[in-house]
Design a protein around this ligand. Sequence first.
Ligand SMILES: [Zn+2]
Length: 264
Amino acid sequence: MSALHEVKRAIVDVCRKIDAREYVGGRDGNVSVLASNGTIVVTPAGIRKGDVTADDLLVVDRRGAVLQGRGGPSTETLMHLRIYDLRSDVRAVVHAHPPVATGFAAAGVEMNECILPEVIVGLGRVPITRYATPGTPELSSSLDPLIAEHDAYLLANHGVVTVGADVVSAHHRLETVEQAARILLVARLLGGANPLGPREVRELIEGRSRYGVREGLAGCELPEAGAEREDTEAAGPSAPPSTRAAEDELVERIVGQVLERLRG
Ligand SMILES: [Zn+2]
């Protein structure tokens, strides 16, 4: 079996999953992989992701010229090419319109606060791009300021883009973004999420290096109140040592569980 055949099979698998989870409607969404031979395998324009087969996928060069396949590549191929140009470590890009995260993108609400461990560790933050018309070069360049430090972005009034070293990890990040958006939405309905403080965030960030999360990934945005909380702790913890030890153990356990999920 050729490497290209394996790549196509993996893309079809991801297309089926994003369709099954209703992360796309109609012909929305696109997936690509930078293959080991330097070509890019990308989903075609105009086909439902749930109906895509390996034979439908196109192979394009780094400038988007079709090398193999019928019909046209995804209208967002330019955006995928731009990401590969700016991030040599990225080998896969997934774009979809998962409804809750896309709701955040439409409402202009970034997912940047330090709230959920799996986001803090694996994504840092999920910012929103400036709006650009889908399928245009402007959409591609709207990502430029975010590409280096982020592995997931919300496209303003449009959808979500995630990247990875392979299509499975890019897809997992898409699932993490949508799941986090659902949780944050519920927290908002219940009166607002409680952000973690600097000490908890620091422990989560320290866990990144132990489990191979890339350096250079942005961190979450710490709230002002959190900084004050750390100052208080530095001056003399109000909680007894046994409580502090229990908190440390809890944070350590959460870090372990989160990183285990990221590796899986
Ligand atoms: Zn789209």
